[in-house]
Design a protein around this ligand. Sequence first.
Ligand code: GLU
Length: 308
Amino acid sequence: MDQVNKEELMKLVEKARPYSTNGKLIDYIPALRTENIDDLAISIYFLDGSFYYAGDYLKPFTLQSISKVIALAYVLIEHGEEQVFSKVGMEPTGDPFNSIAKLETNKPNKPLNPMINAGALAVTNLIIGKNLEDKWNRFASFVGKLTKSPISYNQTVSNSEFETAFLNRSLCYFLKQYGYVQGDIEDLLALYTRQCATEMNCKDLARVGAVFSNDGCDPNTGECYIPKNIARICKTFMVTCGMYNASGEFAIKVGIPAKSGVSGGIMGSVPGKCGIGIYGPSLNEIGNSIAGIKLLEMLCEKYDWSIF
Ligand code: GLU
């Protein structure tokens, strides 16, 4: 399909890899400071079931903000659009992902969208369950349906973030003050840091991207886990806000729905065609994988995958 082959992918990865030297590892989550800055891997999962990879595509990494797309799909299924969008908006922001500024200035103090931390915390707060374990297990079993493999979280990374997430705590208290978040903030932070520490490899991530590309349905079995309309909403957020405050430039240079995380992962979803999973932990100043973006740029140009 589209003449992608392993050798070509390997060449693209080797062309993109040197860009890693221009970036930096994420430093505000201590456990992520020890990643290998030169790592770069990709998997592509086509909807006909064919699968390509280059680099260490089986190396596990934590999803970080990529988990925000999956959590959004999950709570939209559980609660419906009306309730979810009473807690979080639909507009992009020009601010960094962890900014508190617009929560104060943008009345009625509602987080602008579910892809920035404030919005994602409001979304995670909607995950139903008796307690932390129950909420995590429900979320993990949903993720496991999309990957078709059991899902766990990296406890070291989750603890490391939990212990240092003072900014996210501030966002939560701000949101609680205005009624966009309910309940105990430490419990919410514990669930959110687990969700962000959800671990998978590029192959799994490409498969999740493929489910979104396939309107929420499994590319192999046809079974649908996400209603088409919800998959559409998630892909739209990926286009407008998925690459932080560089989403506009990414739309022009790459042009596919995608979501990045500060671990260096990127999930791409080319509608009706394939899912893409990338891992490259060297980040640019915005927080996106520097070599990962280069790789996507070359790939999408070569195969003409821009949706625009
Ligand atoms: N767990 C990270 C945080 O909340 C996720 C950020 C990201 O990947 O953008 O800061």
